[in-house]
Ligand binder design. Structure first.
Ligand code: NOJ
Length: 761
């Protein structure tokens, strides 16, 4: 059967344009050939068929939004009628094949469906949640994990992931901070590009790659007070300098699709934001992929108070450049009428359809709509030992050692009387994290299992308290009001007779993620009580944190000697943490986000502005808090190792440069400890005076490097005009003449410093 479709489609294309120009070696050649094919197909389509390409339906195999009000029978009817161009949450080779067949066997144009899914940190082999993985600062390994995720998803019949999330977020209260790369624009952009390369490879035609999606365009990470879906009020300069650069980088890297965001910015919902979608993305940035709306975001403009009704919402969205409607059912109900009424030009529809078809061509779906439907591959290439081995490596690279007083870690494997305590220690589910795609419930290697695997023996364990009550799933409301203290005495008893306590606490998998904002970022429930009770009898505690957001750990930082930040690390979590605990891997992670002293400091980020009153401790009237520092407890870029690194000889090749010139910055980094280790060498700059005020520090480069014990490595960075450009008062990306500081070090606070000058001539 399959061959008949292929032949059918190839014949249609040959008729339309002749067969001679089907391949070409250059990217531009390929694009122009594809554009010709797209135009040929488009010229044969009716208005109804065009609209069908702009409609995306939820298949409900997995629920990442409200259950569909359209039953499966009706959906298949729509597929057969050519009313749907894409589906999300349809999984497995058999299911995608069945839906694809409905389209290929029944519609006139036989335009293949594109299947999407939220493959956020793995399909079934789970890698660390994105915030955790970002702590590795290892672009190569992050590209690799995307590549594996793509291979697994493609093996399950999928063509497209809604990842990477490029929302810079500075607010620990926002549940979706777990889905991004933290608070920094530059780091987020670098990781975004690595992810796009990983998912899409060099060639979207390959059946091992899938289309990526840069989301959420834009500003979603800046919801007021960290509340999900909330109003965003950021200024034009903040938008351009902080929020948009990762999206520009992804567009330049050729990301196939974008998704817009639920929020409004300064009164305009993103879904109807013409300036962002048409002016910038499709205009100034010249990006030729398609924009999918976020789930229901078109009809949500009614609740925003921006659209009168669904029809009005559809008009606003399509005219602003939202090409595909995810689950609003606004385009299918209204576009035809809007065209007839002259409120939407057919050219606008054609542009949107062209964009969708272009990506379908790039994926090779017209050549073979079933190319991702290989049952054998689905059986053999998902959740393989090789993929799990890489998941373990990524996981251990993502762990951040926050405190290691008295060098408690690494533990010797011969250590006697270890106690494992805490509600997350034998939890096989929470390490899988939220946005887990097909990561099976309870499939992670738990912390306890990891420790026992490493020691080849059973280890005494007491959970002490529970973390959450009730059903755990993406859409279930969660409760943390645990009141059962009955397990605490046994935990205390165990701690009393143990040499060291490994205390595993933090957040449930579903405590962070979509719709999981919090006003309290301390340890929930009875966890703190458990820790303090144990602490009374044994202070030799290694605090192992598993969480999806920065937590308030001020008490712990002041009292507990050893703290290991372990996020939700995925399938191999326990083994990866054991690798670090016993020194089989020397920790190298650095925080991608600031950890505050208290939630009251949020939003907190390292690249703050100086303000007019930065300091005057002898007086009251300067920018500070009465009751807490204004800096972070653990700053951005911070993370310890089992060895130590010394920075020396910061040198600039010249102290001033002008247009078309560059400065080479070098620094010597010496491993002054006894074992080899990796260090993330970070470069920051400060532009002292600008046409708009500039941050006190901005990350502009980093390199993760392995240095042997006793070895010195010279690391170099190049600063040129591009490095210092920003969106200026002229509303242009440009460099301004003036004085700059340059800083280099192992975190955003402990830095060597030099100055340079730039003259724009
Ligand atoms: C809503 C989320 O905001 C988005 O990130 C996700 O991709 C879609 N739902 C689809 O599940």
């Amino acid at each position: 059967m399959k061959n008949i479709y292929i032949i059918g489609i190839v014949c249609i294309l040959c008729l339309i344009q002749g067969c001679s120009d089907i391949t070409s070696n250059t990217a531009i050649g390929k694009t122009s050939n594809i554009n010709k094919k797209v135009d040929s197909v488009l010229s044969l389509m009716t208005v109804k068929e065009k609209i069908g390409q702009l409609v995306q339906y939820n298949g409900s195999w997995d629920l990442t939004g409200p259950p569909s009000d359209v039953n499966s029978k009706e959906k298949f009817e729509k597929l057969r009628n050519g009313e749907i161009g894409s589906m999300l949450n349809v999984l497995t080779v058999d299911a995608t094949r069945e839906a694809q067949k409905a389209v290929m066997e029944h519609t006139r144009m036989k335009i293949p469906l594109i299947f999407a899914y939220d493959v956020i940190h793995g399909y079934k082999t789970m890698f660390p949640i994105p915030l955790g993985e970002s702590a590795s600062w290892d672009l190569e390994i992050m590209q690799k994990s995307a590549e594996i995720s793509a291979k697994e998803a493609a093996a399950a019949g999928l063509h497209w992931t809604f990842s990477p999330m490029l929302d810079v977020s500075r607010d620990a209260r926002w549940g979706r901070i777990m889905e991004g790369s933290g608070e920094d624009t530059y780091l987020t952009a670098q990781i975004g590009v690595a992810k796009v390369k990983g998912y899409q490879g060099d060639d979207l035609q390959s059946e091992y790659t899938i289309a990526a999606c840069a989301k959420h365009f834009a500003g979603y990470g800046f919801g007021e007070a960290g509340r999900d879906y909330n109003t965003v009020n950021i200024g034009e300069y903040e938008l351009h300098n902080i929020v948009l650069p990762p999206f520009k980088a992804a567009a330049d890297a050729g990301v196939a699709t974008f998704m817009n965001s639920f929020n409004e910015i300064d009164g305009i919902p993103s879904t109807a934001n013409k300036m962002l979608q048409r002016g910038l993305l499709k205009g100034a940035w010249n990006w030729d992929g398609f924009m999918v709306s976020d789930w229901g975001s078109i009809q949500e403009m009614i609740a925003h108070g921006y659209a009168k009704d669904v029809k009005h919402a559809a008009e606003l969205a399509i005219n602003a450049g939202s090409d595909m409607d995810m689950e609003s059912k606004a385009y299918e109900s209204s576009l035809e009428i809007l065209i007839e009424e002259g409120k939407v030009a057919i050219a606008t529809i054609d542009d949107a359809v062209r964009r969708v078809l272009r990506i379908k061509f790039r994926l090779g779906l017209f050549e073979d709509p079933y190319k991702y439907c290989n049952n054998e591959r689905e059986k053999t290439s998902i959740y393989t030992p090789e993929n799990l081995a890489i998941a373990r490596d990524v996981a251990r690279k993502s762990i951040v050692l926050l405190k290691n007083e008295n060098k408690v870690l690494p533990l010797k494997k011969q250590v006697k009387n270890i106690a494992v305590i805490g509600p997350l220690a034998n939890d096989k589910d929470s390490p899988i994290g939220n946005w887990r795609a097909q990561g099976a419930a309870n499939s992670a290697v738990s912390f306890l299992e990891g420790i026992e695997n490493a020691l080849h023996k059973k280890v005494p364990f007491e959970k002490g308290v529970d973390l959450s009550i009730g059903k755990r799933s993406f859409l279930s409301p969660m409760t943390f009001n645990t009141s059962d203290r009955s397990g605490i005495p046994a935990a205390v008893k165990l701690a009393k007779k143990s040499e060291v306590v490994l205390m595993v606490v933090g957040e449930d998998a579903f405590q962070s993620g979509e719709g999981r904002s919090q006003t309290n970022i301390g340890l929930v429930g009875l966890q703190q009580e458990l820790i303090e009770e144990v602490y009374k009898v044994n202070q030799n505690i290694v605090l192992v944190l598993m969480n999806g957001r920065p937590l308030d750990i001020s008490w712990h930082a002041a009292n507990i000697p050893t703290i290991l930040e372990c996020w939700h690390l995925g399938s191999e979590a326990g083994n990866a943490i054991a690798d670090v605990i016993f020194g089989d891997y020397n920790p190298s992670g650095k925080l991608p986000v600031s950890f505050p002293y208290t939630v009251g400091q949020e939003p907190l980020y390292y690249n703050q502005k100086n303000t007019g009153r930065p300091s005057n401790p002898s007086d009251v009237t300067y920018s500070h808090y009465n009751d807490a520092p204004k800096t972070a407890l653990y700053p951005f870029g911070f993370g310890l190792s089992y060895t130590s690194f010394k920075y020396d000889n910061l040198n600039l090749s010249t102290a001033s440069f002008s247009k078309n010139e560059a400065i080479v910055v070098t620094v010597d980094v010496t491993n002054t400890g006894e074992i080899g280790g990796e260090e993330v060498v970070q470069l920051y700059i400060r532009d002292l005076v600008g046409s708009i005020t500039r941050p006190t520090k901005e990350l502009k480069g980093f390199e993760k490097v392995f240095i042997d014990a006793g070895e010195t490595k010279t690391i170099s960075f190049t600063i040129n005009e591009k490095t210092i450009e920003f969106y200026t008062a002229n509303k242009l990306w440009e460099a301004e003449s003036g004085e700059f500081n340059v800083f280099v070090g192992g975190n955003s606070v402990d830095l060597l410093e030099k100055d340079f000058n730039f003259t724009k001539i």
